[in-house]
Design a protein around this ligand. Structure first.
Ligand code: PMP
Length: 374
């Protein structure tokens, strides 16, 4: 046996463990920029709920922390039972995971590998390309329409014998635009039964449009449809990482197989149950955010912006080449937003004081860039 001196590197470049080539070039997930502690700072870059946890929910979480020397309940049995009763679905159709993004990744892992295709609209939730590539599958992206809507007829046309999973993000992140039930049904009628359609409803609780599809109603009638929901947005538990799918067998069973064992902490499980039980108080906060969404959208339109009709807790401004400048102007005024360079910015609707700063910046920006007017 030879020993190497402490100065010698253990492996030369290119000699380390061999990693899967599928990982080459995976774009990093870009987290929303934090508010960095200036005089007024609001983080409007991650679609978080601006309200702190409700007192009862916080106490439940703190109490659960008292047992953190123990593993959590692997099956999330109490939370699963609560969700099944809440939605009127079999317990075996609920699968929990580490945020809905964790469950989304399990769905891709369960359906698609090298040679298979995962189809989604673009631009949409930035995790879709990442989790698809990790699985070794190929992304097929169908551009949004000029009205920022899912182009569902074009998506149906894009299905091939290799398509294994379709994400429909409703409402869409980052545009906020929902999917109408009639359009969704027409699309689903064209999807082969062996292709899984995932209705990603991370923002469902913010929806107020009666024409918008409710994924759980759609799932009930279609064995190849499943729904993703989360406690991160309306329920304000983003930091605890708990989301879930409502899915028929055998998809739900596949999710149980692919789950990271003990991935959802007991703190998260108990806080999620407490949130469901405190739903009335939580949904009042959601109503307040929806009212702010209307106020912000109307005010922006009044200034002369073209604002996509959002059913989520954020609004989207298409700014093209001015995207970075707009995000910079927001930051200088004390709010961080989420720029998608060359495309636009996504602005989380938050407390009125933060929203007022956005409106002031947007008004000044439009005055200085009249070409952006609708
Ligand atoms: N789906 C969509 C459309 C999202 O915007 C997000 C959060 N950005 C998620 C899923 C994931 O949320 P979480 O993992 O916190 O449940």
């Amino acid at each position: 046996m030879t020993t190497s001196s402490s100065q010698e590197p253990l492996a030369r470049p290119g000699e380390g463990p061999r990693l899967r080539p599928a990982l080459d070039g995976i774009p990093a997930y870009v987290p929303g920029k934090p508010a960095d502690g200036g005089p007024v700072t609001f983080k409007l870059s991650s679609n978080e709920n601006p309200y702190p946890p409700l007192p009862g929910v916080l106490e439940t979480a703190v109490a659960a922390a008292g047992t953190l020397n123990r593993y959590p309940d692997l099956a999330c049995a109490a939370l699963t039972a609560e969700l099944a009763a809440r939605f009127g679905v079999p317990v075996s159709h609920i699968a929990t995971g580490t945020g809905s993004v964790g469950v989304a990744q399990q769905l891709v892992q369960s359906t698609a590998g090298p040679g298979d295709e995962v189809l989604y609209a673009w631009r949409s939730f930035e995790a879709y390309p990442i989790i698809t590539q990790i699985s070794g599958a190929t992304s097929v992206r169908v551009p949004l329409t000029a009205d920022e809507e899912h182009d569902l007829p074009a998506m149906a046309d894009a299905i091939t014998p290799r398509t294994r999973l379709v994400f429909v993000c409703m409402p869409n992140n980052p545009t906020g635009v929902p999917v109408r039930r009639a359009d969704l049904e027409r699309f689903l009628d064209r999807v082969p039964q062996d292709v899984l359609v995932v209705l990603d409803e991370a923002y469902r609780e913010f929806s107020r449009d009666p024409e918008v599809a409710d994924g759980i109603d759609v799932y009930r009638e279609r064995p190849n449809v499943c729904v993703l929901r989360t406690f991160s947005k309306a329920y304000g538990l983003a930091g605890l990482r708990v989301g879930f799918a409502v899915a028929h067998e055998p998809v739900a069973a596949a999710l149980r197989k692919t789950a990271v064992p003990f991935g959802v902490s007991q703190i998260a499980q108990n806080a999620a149950i407490a949130s469901l039980r405190a739903e009335e108080a939580l949904l009042e906060r959601v109503d307040a955010l929806v009212a702010e969404r209307t106020r912000v959208s109307d005010a922006l339109r009044g200034q002369g912006w073209r604002v996509a009709p959002s059913q989520a807790n954020f609004v989207w401004l298409r700014l093209g080449a001015e995207t970075a400048a707009f995000a910079g102007a927001c930051e200088a005024a004390g709010v961080t937003v989420r720029p998608f360079l060359g495309e636009g910015v996504r602005i989380t609707v938050a407390e009125p004081e933060a929203n007022d700063i956005v409106l002031r910046v947007a008004g000044e920006f439009l005055a200085a860039h009249p070409a952006l007017r609708a």
